[in-house]
Design a protein around this ligand. Structure first.
Ligand code: GL2
Length: 830
């Protein structure tokens, strides 16, 4: 054993090594883990060895609280929230766990004593990219808030072996590479081989009769494999509660008796083994469903059946009968991805646990609640009947039965209204016939919610209108929120310190206390400190951008940031039209006095979404020309930051001056990036869409740059026969911008590259960029002018932070607990 190790361990007992929070015990634990878990000593340890040793050190301290929580739950048998989500984007764990344990400082010192920098280890961590964007990140924020509010909860999902692809920009375009996040192991997870469930697929069903002469149904699958639990501890902030994130990984069903189904043979079993593991192999990289992808349906069913079987197992340990299942668990469906749960719980209760249909339906419809996350019609999931029949024959029968009973109810309420019956049916009868997952979710849930006021209202007026008319009492709104721990405390320590010094430490758990900042909004000394915090984050981002993109940017320029998935409705190309507008203005008028700006973009495009990929190409092409043009130097810079992730977000939100929230009104259900920016003191330029509406209400119209058509105006404009060609011809500046792009100016003279994008804009423009262009440009001018008045800008920035308390996910979760889950907090002692 190395001398340094022996010395550090000297006199430290085992218990202290595992649980102690002092600098000395953390150092001893670090060395102990380095030695006993990795067979390493400081002189030879690699960065990854060090990272893991620290991660295990932190995990030991979580395990202690985890066990205490499990014990407390076992004893009290509290009502438990189960969050079913196909996606989670938790971000890196190390920093967050240090923060929530309150041991960042002693840890930093403990490592420094060994000549190791904590920041290097934090930077080394690879985050689990088990989601596409907002929806997956929301699930992670909810897990954080549930634990912080001490609400018993389990998050269920899939442990994808490959998460969202890594984005590389090559020759100006997006190239996808596989995300091998498990390559060096994942120190945060605990595999639970004993918690495993059978997952059946395919085959057929047959009628059975039991010894008492009762009829039943037996499902004879042609494939069976296992789902194994892999657990991650989710610690709340400043509390002992550790909730469970339980992700399922697929494996071959060992020892499964295929002969019972007359199908087993050795070779077949081996083939199955290969196929079974593909189930949890990779995350589908689209925001929108891919109709007819068998593997995707398998993934959904896989995690849903494992999760429900797990809940039933837990419920049975309490000794309560299954007809009380919904009293123990409230199960939230995160979009329709887990909606098959409605049919699966019926199957488990009726077929496996011999409950009568009516009793099972009572339990089922009191168990589930459904959150809708999008109004985009193309995103409403539906499965072709032949595929569904092939994969889940028993579930199709159950859905037919649920549907028959449901449609009888509709007919009773609306006699003679066959059109309504067809519209509402869980089965879309238009050939080739589909199962409509949103309808299944609505019928099987006691509550249905949207994710922002506007979105919830539009849901009731449009896509779910018939359901609203039938069951108005089921509909609610739950405006999204984000966790201030990760997105302020962890991402922006400088701002956190300033807030804590000014307000006390309570704001992170009770952000309504931020309101007190209003008093300091005009205080010159405070303003100065505020600007210094922002400035230091901008310098840090500038250094990162220089390192990653080899572009130098000026921290004094206005940082104008748009970071989110690339999508036409989010309109990154409207942002580009503004950039080219400024570019043209300077080219025509070289002495033009404009506010220097740095435009920063981040975001991935779905690999099969050609227009979104072309938008990335356009951003990079414009960046390339603008950044090389001496005429605009010092005034315009454009950067595309590749491979946007939670981790990159940590560096981006605090550095932004202006947050771009440009979606066509009525299209963005909520948005959550909008909240992260504003909480870090960026001002928003945005449309009246999603949560922007409520952000503006909270921060005040004077502190928000608003432009664009309203959702109603968008609908009306399109209905009246929208003609973008006319706008293009009527607005000379706009025409100049589009013509410049079309001319090949940004594509080495090649006029074909951006032609699809340009043609689409001038002839179709379904997302109304041209209609909103003039308003956007005028609003941007206003923002640019305001930025020059740094006292005014700083005041607005302070007021934004002061008034963003509503958008803490703690508020959102408290509302879910009160209005939907009926779940109560339960403190845990260690
Ligand atoms: C989304 C919405 O598009 C987004 O507006 C919302 O904030 C999140 C979380 O509610 O959900 N819906 C969706 O399918 N994805 C989202 O980000 N991927």
């Amino acid at each position: 054993m190395a001398e340094s190790h022996r010395k550090a361990l000297n006199g430290t007992n085992r218990e202290t090594i595992r649980t102690g929070l002092s600098e000395e015990s953390i150092r001893a634990a670090f060395l102990d883990n380095l030695f006993y878990l990795q067979g390493r000593f400081p002189e030879v340890a690699t960065l990854n060895d060090q990272y893991k040793a620290l991660a295990y050190t932190v995990r030991d301290r979580l395990l202690h609280r985890w066990v205490a929580t499990t014990r407390a739950y076992q004893k009290a048998n509290p009502r438990t929230v189960c969050y079913l989500s196909a996606e989670y984007l938790p971000g890196p764990f190390l920093g967050n766990n240090l923060l929530n344990l309150g041991i960042e400082e002693p840890t930093r010192r403990a490592l420094a004593g060994l000549g190791i920098e904590l920041d290097a280890l934090l930077e080394h961590e690879e985050e689990p990219g088990l989601g596409n964007g907002g929806l997956g990140r929301l699930a992670a924020c909810f897990m954080d808030s549930l634990a912080t509010l001490q609400v018993p909860a389990i998050g269920y999902g899939i442990r994808y072996e490959f998460g969202i692809f890594d984005q590389v920009i090559r020759d100006g375009g997006q190239v996808e590479t596989t995300d091998n996040w498990l390559r060096f192991g994942n120190p945060w997870e605990v595999r639970r081989p004993a918690i495993a469930y059978d997952v059946r697929i395919g085959g057929y069903t047959e009628q059975t009769t039991d010894a008492q002469g009762r009829f039943g149904v037996r499902w004879v699958p042609n494939e069976v494999f296992n789902g194994i639990a892999v657990d991650t501890a989710i610690l709340g902030h400043g509390v002992n509660t550790v909730n469970l994130l339980r992700l399922w990984t697929a494996e071959a069903a060992e020892g499964f008796d295929f002969h019972a189904f007359n199908r087993g043979d050795y070779y077949g079993a081996v083939v199955r083994e290969v196929r079974s593991e593909t189930i949890s192999k990779v995350l589908y990289p689209n925001d929108e469903p891919e109709i007819g992808k068998r593997l995707r349906l398998l993934q959904q069913y896989f995690f849903v059946t494992c999760s429900l079987q797990d809940m039933i197992r837990i419920h049975r340990t309490t000794g309560q009968p299954l007809d009380k299942f919904h009293e123990k668990f409230s199960v939230q469906l995160n979009d329709t991805h887990p909606a098959i749960a409605v049919a699966e719980l019926m199957r488990l209760l009726v077929d496996e646990h011999q409950m009568g249909w009516d009793a099972a339906w009572e339990v089922t419809r009191h168990t589930f609640a459904y959150t809708n996350h999008t109004l985009l019609p193309e995103a409403l999931e539906k499965w072709p009947i032949p595929l569904f029949q092939n994969v889940l024959p028993r579930h199709l029968e159950i859905i037919y039965e649920i549907n028959a009973r449901f449609l009888d109810e509709v007919r009773l309420r609306h006699p003679f209204d066959t059109a309504r019956v067809q519209r509402m049916s869980i089965i879309d009868e238009a050939p080739p016939r589909f199962v409509r997952m949103a309808h299944l979710a609505c019928v099987g849930s006691f509550a249905i919610n949207g994710v922002a006021e506007l979105h919830s209202r539009l849901l009731k007026e449009t896509v779910l209108r018939d359901f609203f008319e039938l069951w108005p009492e089921k509909f609610q709104n739950k405006t999204n929120g984000v966790t201030p721990r990760r997105f302020v405390m962890l991402s922006n320590p400088g701002l956190s310190r300033l807030l804590t010094r000014t307000l006390g430490a309570g704001w992170a758990r009770d952000p309504s206390q931020l309101r007190v900042l209003e008093r300091h909004a005009d205080d010159a000394a405070f303003q100065q400190e505020w600007r210094e915090v922002k400035r230091s984050r901008k310098e840090a981002l500038a250094a990162r951008i220089l390192d990653r993109c080899n572009v130098s940017i000026d921290p004094d320029s206005l940082f104008d940031v748009q970071a989110k998935r690339i999508h036409e409705y989010k309109r990154q190309h409207l942002n580009v039209l503004h950039i080219v507008t400024l570019y043209n203005r300077i080219k025509f008028n070289p002495g033009l006095d404009i506010t220097p700006r740095t435009f920063i973009f981040g975001g991935k495009a779905a690999p099969g979404y050609a227009m979104a990929k072309l938008m990335i190409r356009l951003i990079n092409a414009v960046a390339d020309v603008v950044n090389r043009d001496p005429d605009v130097a010092g005034r315009l810079r454009v950067v595309f930051l590749p491979n946007f992730s939670v981790k990159l977000g940590h560096g981006l939100y605090p550095a932004a001056d202006l947050s771009e929230q440009l979606s066509t009104a009525g299209k963005e259900a909520s948005g959550t990036g909008n909240m992260k920016f504003s909480m870090n003191g960026a001002l928003t330029i945005g449309t009246l869409d999603g949560a922007n509406v409520e952000i503006r209400e909270e921060v005040g119209a004077d502190n928000f740059f608003l432009f664009g058509l309203t959702a109603e105006e968008v609908v009306r404009t399109l209905a009246e026969g929208y003609r973008p060609w006319d706008i293009y011809n009527a607005n000379l500046e706009l025409k100049g911008v589009i013509d410049l792009i079309a001319s090949g100016h940004f594509s080495h003279g090649d006029r074909t590259v951006f032609q699809p994008l340009v043609d689409h804009l001038v002839w179709h423009d379904n997302y109304l960029l041209l209609a909103d262009y003039a308003g956007y440009i005028a609003c941007q001018e206003q923002a640019g002018l305001t930025y020059r008045d740094s006292r005014q800008w700083t005041r607005m920035s302070i007021l934004n932070v002061a008034r963003m308390g509503k958008f803490s996910s703690d508020r959102t979760i408290a509302e879910y607990c009160r209005d939907i889950w009926r779940a109560e907090p339960m403190a845990v002692d260690v």
